[in-house]
Each structure stands twice: as structure tokens, then as C-alpha cells.
Design a protein around this ligand. Sequence first.
Ligand SMILES: Nc1ncnc2c1ncn2[C@@H]1O[C@H](COP(=O)(O)OP(=O)(O)O)[C@@H](O)[C@H]1O
Ligand SMILES: [Mg+2]
Length: 365
Amino acid sequence: MQRLSPGATIGILGNGQLGRMLCLAAARLGYRTHVYGPETDSPAEQVASQSTVAAYDDEKALAAFADAADVVTFEFENVPAAAAAFLAAHTQVRPTWKALEVCQDRVKEKQFFASIGAATPNWKPLNSLQDLESAVRSLEPPAVLKTARLGYDGKGQAKLHSAGDTKAAWDAITGGKPIQPNGAFAVLEAFVDFRCEISVIAARGQDGKVVCFEPSENDHANHMLATSTVPARVPAETVAEAIRIATKAAEALDLVGLLAVEMFVTPSGAILCNEMAPRPHNSGHWTQDACGTDQFEQMVRAVAGLPLVDPMRHADAVMHNLVGPDVNDLDRYLSDPHAHIHLYGKREARPGRKMGHVNVLRPKI
Ligand SMILES: Nc1ncnc2c1ncn2[C@@H]1O[C@H](COP(=O)(O)OP(=O)(O)O)[C@@H](O)[C@H]1O
Ligand SMILES: [Mg+2]
């Protein structure tokens, strides 16, 4: 295990709110941070020790960034392959490309879940309207069509209520334009009438030790996470099984850092894996105030070669996302001593923009 000394620099690719909170956790442990991304006046830049504003394919800027960092990590998984390879040639990168590559593509992700014996909704890969028509015949709607790559917050998805929605769904995800497949372009998934959605954040250190946070129960509004509640209202066996799956996934990817695994719990209590992300996750923000060690610190510890610790949850929690104008309604949280407010420093509260979150706690007695 190579342990970073205080004063060492952690490079973070991406400069959004996840990067911001990663910088704050790194600073507590005595590390400098250097964030890199194309956006100016970013949430992470406001708190990082250093910032580079440049494109992900700017090799000169990437080389300077990598050379100045003791280790490089990511706050998002859609890092271009070329950038990841370039960085790895210059410095230590954690997690490695293997984990990013699997999480960038829904087809690889679902094949990966199958390879570790974790169930997913039934699905078919596809590359054309004809493929979609045959997938619809075998899966039978309701179903969800999703682009294989670059989807987030429900973007790149269309629901098919019946076979009659096939063409409209295809047009919705392609924008009516010809596609340029890189592997399979999309997947059709059976729609799951789930009892609830949960997610587990697993942290894995350089010594291979895995520490998981308990599953949160996640509710969405407008295809975006609205609340995460802990404890999730699922039986103890479901909690144990969800943690077992997340642990196995982090181990199979040989990942150093965090892995968030989103799952559906079916009415019969079975777990179906939906997707995963090798980074801090919105559904893990409750850990900031309800645990002794939160997801961001575990990630810094993993990347810096420090030991991981039990999260020591000391409170029940509900995390509320502040999306767009929600942030104008802060007063009710500001006067509540149980509410812990986290704002991302974004100036404009555009609709659908994640502006911050609030963790409302109920201490465990
Ligand atoms: N097969 C499915 N059945 C039922 N609901 C789904 C299905 N796939 C996605 N959803 C709903 O849409 C949300 C977003 O889909 P997801 O695949 O997680 O994409 P992303 O989070 O990248 O936008 C899920 O959290 C879930 O609420
Ligand atoms: Mg998701």
C-alpha cells in the first residue's frame, strides 16, 4: 500500500459537485487537490487547491495535470478512453480504466452483473429499429429503451407502454438521426414493477478491504433522485444480499475507490441490479452527516492508500436533493437543527439543475 503524505496532491478529473465534496474531504485529511474539467466557475474549482480548465482531449493540459498530481481519480465515469490511457501513462490512476470502461456502457455493465451471478431485469442489446422491433416481440412491453452510453438522470431513455410505442421510443432516443454505434447503441429492458429502489456504496482500499454503507432507499421525481432514506424499508436479508452483491462487484472489478450499485427490489423480495458508478453517488450523500466517515472520506482514504474504517452510522437520515428553484426554499431547513445543508456554489438555479442537498437526521438512540 502506497500511502500519500499530508501535503500530497490528489488530481480529480471532473469539477462538479461530487468533485467539490471530494476536495473538502481530502482537505480534512491534509491533502491538496487539483481539479480538471472543461467548465469555468465550477463547483469544485471554488474549493480545490488548484484548477485546470481544459478539454478532456487536451494532451498538453492533461500531461501537466498528471505530472503535478501524486495520484489521479475521477468524479464521473464517462472519462474518454484516450484521456484515461494518457493519464495512466503519466501517473497512478485509481480506479483503473477497467472499472470505468464497464460502467460507461450498459451492455458491458449487464454482462458484468451476469458474470458475478447478480440478476438484472431481462434485456436485449440493439443497434437499429429492426433490432428494437424484435426485442419488443421477445420482451413484451412495458419496457424501457436506454442508450448504452452517456445516459444520466433519465436522459437517453424512453418508456414503451405497448408495442405501438416502438417507433416513437426509437426516435426519442436517436433524435430521429442516424446512429453511430460504438458496440451496441442501446438496450431494451423489461420494466420492473419494483417495491422499491435501493443502492449500496462500497468502498475498496488498496489492501483489498471492502467497507459498505448500508443501502439507502431511493425515490425519484422527474427521473432524478429526489430523496434517499436510511434505513431502507427492506428486510435484513435484503440488506445483507445487497451488500454482498456490491462487495462482489467491487472485488471483481479490482476497484480502488468507490462503487455505487443501484438495485430494484421486486415485490417477491428479489434484487435486480440496475446500474453502477465507480465514484461518489448522489444516493450516498446522507453519509456526510449520518456517519462517522462518509463516502467522500472513504474514497480519499482508498485513493490515498489509507485504511478504510467502519462508517459507524449514528443517525437515521433522509437526504433531500435541492433541484432548481427548491434552493429558494431554504429557510425551513435553516431553522431546523436536524437539517444539514450542503450547497454546491452554483449561481443559477435553472430547472432540473442539482443545486445542493439537505440531510435531515434522526439520531439513533
Ligand atoms: N427497467 C426499469 N424498470 C423500472 N424502472 C426503471 C427501469 N430502468 C430505469 N428505471 C427508473 O428510471 C430511473 C433512472 O434509470 P437509470 O437506469 O438508473 O438511469 P440513469 O440514472 O443513468 O438516468 C431508475 O432509477 C428507475 O427509477
Ligand atoms: Mg441511475
